[in-house]
Design a binder for this molecule. Sequence first.
Ligand code: SF4
Length: 361
Amino acid sequence: MPNRNLATDACPGVLTVHQAADGAVARVRVPGGQLSAARFRVVADAAAELGDGTIELTSRANLQVRGLADGVALGARLAAVGLLPSATHERVRNIVASPLTGRDRPDDVRPLVAALDAGLLGDPELARLPGRFLFAVDDGRGDVAWSGADVAILSPDAVLLGGTDSGLRGDPVPLALACAREFLALRTDEWRLAELPDGPRRIADRVGDPAPSRLSGEPVTRGPLGRVDQVDGRVSLVAGAPLGRLDRAQAAALAGYDLVITPWRSVVVVDLPPDRAGPAADRLRAAGLLLDAGAPLARVTACTGRPGCAKALADVRADAGPVPGVDLPVHWSGCARRCGRPRGDVLDMVATGDGYTRGDR
Ligand code: SF4
């Protein structure tokens, strides 16, 4: 159970790292998941030279670097390429967005992501948001709007609060920022908007005049893998990271490409000329990245486990794999906390210290 007596939640950043059993862990915020080739190369080089060489992909489309002595040297490198624009606001820049926005369809919410990020950075009060507070910006396809973000924009003009339609309509970025400010005005020790008693309704009433009609949708728990044709004639490749982690060879295979990090622990290589898509796919596959939805590891996830987590009863990442005869996604955990478990129907494999049990809760 989280410690509510803490002045703030324990979500790591770069300047406030998490001390794990295998060294410090830093979380690098990547608003909207958009990451240029130059910036990814800085993260990959830093992971190799300052950490243990691996890069973890989080369910909020952020990156984690493990095995650090501290976050100081990493912070200096990230700041030099604009990945750490604010020391005060770094942990609140949690913005997921439709990963293929503007690529496979003309709707493009990248300008909204940039405006939302700028609005966050420009308001000193919003630095007080909990590190767990999440924004989503959905281009209308419904792939990130319904996944429980505290404040979600569903383009063109709807704002969802705590995963349900608030009825608020209008210029979505100012509305989203206003909702975040009202959350701060109402909260005591809550970290998420849905924890606030009757929070979505109270906030919507304070911010505007909610429309009576409501939109609805379902969380999307898995994204596509493989080739995606873009509307401009170029090609994207969606590559899954086995167990949500890029090793050195996989990071090297991705280096040189402009990327989008997805909330489904995959990476999109974007804007490839068609004649480069085939060789790029071969390169990613050769490094062990997953471009086929039917790949055995495409539906397997795992927590950190040993040696990174002191609570772990097993090296779950070494043990994790498909379970024969099971048609569900499988999540492997080193203890009953089941960190990183995807939403939806999942088979849990939970370490007991003497093997694994199939969890049922
Ligand atoms: S599920 Fe348990 S072992 Fe795995 S990361 Fe969480 S606390 Fe550690």
